[in-house]
Structures are given as structure tokens and as C-alpha cells.
Design a protein. Sequence first.
Length: 80
Amino acid sequence: MSINLAWEKFITTRDEEARQKLIIHHLPLVKHLAGRVAVKLPALIQREDLESYGVIGLMEHWTNMTLPWGTALIPMPTTA
């Protein structure tokens, strides 16, 4: 399943398999952003925790996301 098909399937049906595909696809971006944030925070905040928070944030956003009718969805780029 391509990422665009996963987006379409998730948005229309909230399919769990499509959701998992989206999470896996966006993990490199989450890890990259967590690394950039980690260097600005105290050492007691671990990078792995930031990555976990990032994945949770994506899942919560997608769960609560609603798009107005006719809105085109553009997938986020990755840094892989």
C-alpha cells in the first residue's frame, strides 16, 4: 500500500492498518525532529522519550483530525 493510498484509506475509514503504515512512514521525521529538539533541552530529557512523545502526538492528531470537504491532503515529507 502506497503512502498516498494509506492516507486516503485512513481518512475515509480510520483503518488501523493504514494508521500503522502512516506511523512507520513518519518515524524518520519524528526521530529527526526529536534529535533537533533534544540538543536544546537538559540532558535528563532523553531523546527516546521525545521520539515517543512525537509518535503519540501524531497518533492523537490523526485520531482527532477532521478535514473540510474538498480539502486536498498533502503528505508530510520525510528526511530519510
